[in-house]
Unconditional design. Structure first.
Length: 577
């Protein structure tokens, strides 16, 4: 096969491959078995988050080999490298969860540094767990190189007593066990069957939500996120992704040509209509930030407000990612959004074609079971809702997928906890009452530090049968697997002197997800007096190391909890140096 002759005179890899002065650099490539012809080709970074931490990452190494075949087929030279992940399912419910959100920044930073240091011309990024997906996409947009994202795929559902089960069921079973309604033996059986394969958590939790985002935003090939991790068909998507990035390089289509305000809005639509994770309200602004686009939490929530919820996925619904894939996946979902007039069709995608052109070739229709017709949705407004009010002047977010309208309004007295451990201990001991609003504070990006997810606590509440009898609010986050009336991302966080840090036991709190409001029954003067008497941020044990450094520089939740000025402040584009 005759390979294309590439002009590398304007590509970053010229700095490590061209001219007599680069002989030492080329000697390293010869040491790794590259030929002269391969050194003359574009260098494509194949970045994975492979590790042995959890099933979501374990298949990425094999999939990377398929990507490399696609790169080679189209005349590129793949250079594989790996970066970290912190897997939330393992980190959940203890101090390790503080590392989770900070790992998103570390992933983006390390991918950027590797690409810059070695002067790669394009990137295919593979990721499998919650923070690795946005982290990888953030790096692509930050570097603004031709980029294709590919998801590692979801886990297969487990089966128990004739029903599908997921890790969410195991977390909730812990609550049942604490309540005396689930035996040690039952728990031992469930934990052994809930996660039967490689892949990320199977419901529309954060990983699958961001996988859907990768297609909707245009960085991933259509339908590439759907096939479960164990399916051999994933290799075909990997190879196609490797080939696609060379097409983008040839046409000079870069990540910021793909990620625009319109494509971010398309992505937010898909989150809402699938009842996706509230964490998308954190990650979409962070991706936008890398492109210099103003698109914060409340902008995301504006999109959520008028988007119908019509895809019936766990945790609010019945089905898992494998089921969505089998009925046509994200392309069919977006086709339904287009019928409702809710898709920007002129956005460019990883194929080099527009979203409209891609949707024109989708032949499948909504099955009416997993994907409802958008004209006959499960509910008329999105599965995720933004809230604002005197308790959250910078906004908050709540997942309402699967909740009736009556369940979306809640008023009650506050029961305040200074951290998640205190709340979990109280829940375990049943030291809370029906009708209360549980407040967990000092868990924001800065105050935590690290903005932990609260799945252990919320799952325990659900397992005790109290999921619909209390509400919970926090300046931290919730897992995509959380269900019940749980409000996260309350901003400003307590460590910044936000109102959530001023609440006292017994204060009357009202949450109205229909109106999009969250308030505490205190006057402005009363809040001002409490602010005046506020003793300042709670001290943490993190006085050095990565989490200390993260806490010093992390920004507000509303703007994505980012740690650098973003594209709006940049003075050069990597690709053009």
């Amino acid at each position: 096969m005759l390979q294309k002759k590439w002009d590398k005179s304007k590509l970053p890899s010229r700095h490590v491959t061209q001219g007599p002065s680069r002989a030492p650099h080329r000697s390293y490539y010869y040491a790794m078995g590259l030929t002269e012809a391969e050194i003359e080709q574009p260098f494509v970074g194949v970045a994975t988050c492979w590790n042995e931490a959890a099933p979501c990452n374990i298949a990425l190494n094999r999939q990377a080999q398929a990507v490399k075949l696609g790169v080679k087929r189209e005349g590129g030279t793949p250079r594989e490298f790996t970066t970290i992940t912190v897997t939330d399912g393992i980190a959940m419910g203890h101090e390790g969860m503080r590392s989770s959100l900070a790992s998103r920044e570390a992933i983006a930073d390390t991918v950027e540094l590797t690409m810059r240091g070695h002067c790669y011309d394009a990137i295919v990024g593979l990721a499998g767990c919650d923070k690795s997906l946005p982290g990888m996409m953030m790096a692509m947009v930050r570097l603004n190189v031709p980029s294709v994202f590919i998801y590692g795929g979801s886990i297969l559902p487990g089966r128990l007593d004739g029903k599908d089960v997921t890790v969410q069921d195991v977390f909730e079973a812990v609550g049942k066990h604490q309540a005396g309604n689930y035996s040690d033996e039952e728990l031992a059986v469930l934990e052994r069957v809930a996660c039967p394969s490689a892949g990320a958590c199977g419901g529309q939790f954060t990983a699958n939500t961001m996988a859907c985002v990768s297609e909707a935003i245009g960085l991933a090939l259509p339908n590439s996120s759907g096939a479960p991790a164990p399916y051999e068909s994933r290799d075909a998507y990997g190879e196609a992704s490797g080939a696609a990035v060379l097409n983008l390089l040839e046409k000079n289509i870069r990540a910021r040509d793909v990620v625009t305000l319109k494509s971010l809005q398309n992505a937010a639509r898909v989150v809402a209509c699938t009842g996706g994770s509230t964490n998308a309200g954190l990650h979409l602004p962070a991706i936008a930030h890398e492109a210099g686009i103003a698109f914060d939490l409340m902008d995301v929530c504006e999109i959520f407000r008028d988007t119908p919820y019509f895809v019936d996925l766990k945790p609010g619904g019945q089905y898992v990612a494998k089921d969505l894939y089998e009925v046509g996946g994200v392309p069919v979902v977006m086709k339904e959004l287009r019928k409702a007039g809710l898709v920007h069709e002129d956005c460019i995608t990883a194929t080099g074609r527009t979203m409209g052109e891609e949707l024109d070739i989708v032949t499948r229709e909504a099955d009416g079971r997993v994907i409802y017709p958008s004209a006959k949705p499960i509910t008329k407004t999105g599965g995720v809702v933004g809230l604002i009010g005197n308790l959250a002047p910078e906004g908050a977010i709540v997942k309402v997928a699967g909740m009736s309208e009556a369940e979306q309004v809640f008023s009650g007295p506050a029961r305040v906890f200074e951290c998640e451990e205190d709340a979990f201990a109280a829940v375990k001991a049943r030291e809370y009452a029906e009708g209360e609003v549980i407040v967990i504070r000092n868990e924001g990006p800065r105050g935590g530090p690290g903005m932990r997810e609260m799945l252990a606590t919320t799952a325990a509440i659900s397992g005790q049968g109290m999921g619909k009898k209390v509400a919970l609010i926090t300046d931290g986050r919730f897992s995509g697997a959380t269900r019940g009336f749980c409000v996260g991302h309350v901003g400003p966080e307590a460590a910044q002197g936000g109102p959530i840090g001023l609440i006292r036991n017994g204060d009357a709190i009202t949450i109205d997800a229909i109106k999009g409001e969250i308030s505490v029954d205190l006057t402005e003067d009363e809040l001002a007096q409490r602010k005046e008497a506020w003793a300042g941020p709670r001290e943490t044990i993190y006085a050095s190391g990565a989490l200390w450094k993260y806490a010093q520089i992390v920004g507000s939740t509303r703007e994505g909890a980012v740690t650098h000025p973003g594209a709006a402040a940049e003075r050069h584009v990597y690709m053009d140096l």
